[in-house]
Design a binder for this molecule. Structure first.
Ligand code: C5P
Length: 300
């Protein structure tokens, strides 16, 4: 059976508020998610043999805990299909960066299987499977611009902000999401009004300045206290011309909003010269995209 190749986009959180800690150990969120054009490529080929995953260029664990393999097992539990898969994951998105790379890969795996399946589960069933894999996996099933609440798994689509020029930049630092949540204190918690105000502004057609005015991240204060290099990256983005800059997710990646694509390109180059990982991206209106509908064996 032929397989399929998908591009699996990453995200930034244009606004991320943490409302408080829940009984189940998770935190209640109000966040505005936005997928951006930096992507990994995932090839999924159903087979009769055991599940196999190849990650040729590092950046993700290739063992059974890899989110793509967990997604395959969760899908199979629901559908009794496929018997096995061969996966190849070509990583571009850095891990431990707050860009949702692993969650996006898990969602792309579910989408790929549903596209190959002659009796795919409903979108609602796919969302239920996604939510068991991680808090923001459900978001990536659709992507684009969305308000996330609950653990981040309750998704309300917003009008697309596609084409927004951004630069992603990060210090040489990977941050565990669980550790970043553990560093929060009650002063970092807020009531969700900022995320709702940003969602409202987006619904009313706000431009760059309007979006920039609402950027916020509950993790920034505690991350900057512990890792000054995060503040340095935010400062470097502003110095390079960002209208505003913020941390994405629980870090360490930061992003800047730029007035146009030329300004973003020049800024990314300037940050690279400083020795930072930096890349110019655009916001996109989806979480995944088919690149090859008849992908062959991922293994040459
Ligand atoms: O769901 P995900 O695997 O991305 O979450 C990783 C960790 O981040 C969780 O185990 C939890 O410690 C923390 N987390 C949280 N509240 C959320 C999302 C994640 O406390 N809403």
């Amino acid at each position: 059976m032929p397989g399929i190749s998908l591009r699996s986009f990453c995200k930034v959180n244009l606004c991320l508020e943490v409302l408080g800690r829940r009984e189940d150990g998770y935190h209640e969120l109000a966040t505005v998610f936005q997928t951006v054009s930096l992507a990994d490529t995932l090839t999924v080929v159903p087979t009769a043999g055991p599940d196999l995953l190849r990650v040729p260029r590092g950046g993700a664990p290739a063992g059974p805990d890899n989110l793509c393999l967990r997604a395959v097992r969760a899908y199979r539990n629901q559908r009794g299909w496929p018997p096995g898969v061969r996966l190849q994951l070509d990583k571009t998105v850095p891990a431990g960066a707050g860009l949702g790379g692993g969650s996006s890969n898990a969602a792309a795996t579910l989408r790929a299987l549903a596209l190959l399946d002659d009796q795919p589960p409903s979108d609602q069933a796919l969302h239920q499977i996604a939510a068991t894999l991680g808090a923001d996996v459900a978001f990536f099933l659709t992507g684009g611009t969305a308000l996330g609440t609950g653990r981040g798994e309750k998704i309300e689509r917003l009008p697309d902000l596609a084409g927004l020029p951004l630069v992603l930049a990060r210090p040489r630092l990977s941050i565990s999401t669980a550790e970043a949540y553990g560093m929060l204190s009650p002063e970092d918690f807020s009531d969700g009004a900022r995320a709702r105000a940003m969602a409202q502004a987006i619904c009313e057609g706000a431009g760059i300045e309007g979006i920039a005015a609402h950027l916020h991240n509950a993790f920034t204060a505690s991350l900057v206290r512990r890792w000054p290099e995060v503040a340095e990256v935010l400062e470097a983005l502003r110095d390079a011309g960002a209208v505003r800059a913020e941390v994405s997710g629980s870090g360490s990646a930061c992003f800047g909003l730029f007035p146009d694509a030329d300004a973003a390109e020049a800024a990314a180059l300037r940050l690279q010269v400083l020795g930072l990982w930096a890349v110019e991206v655009q916001s996109v209106n989806r979480g995944w995209e088919v690149v090859d509908e008849a992908a062959d064996e991922a293994y040459g």
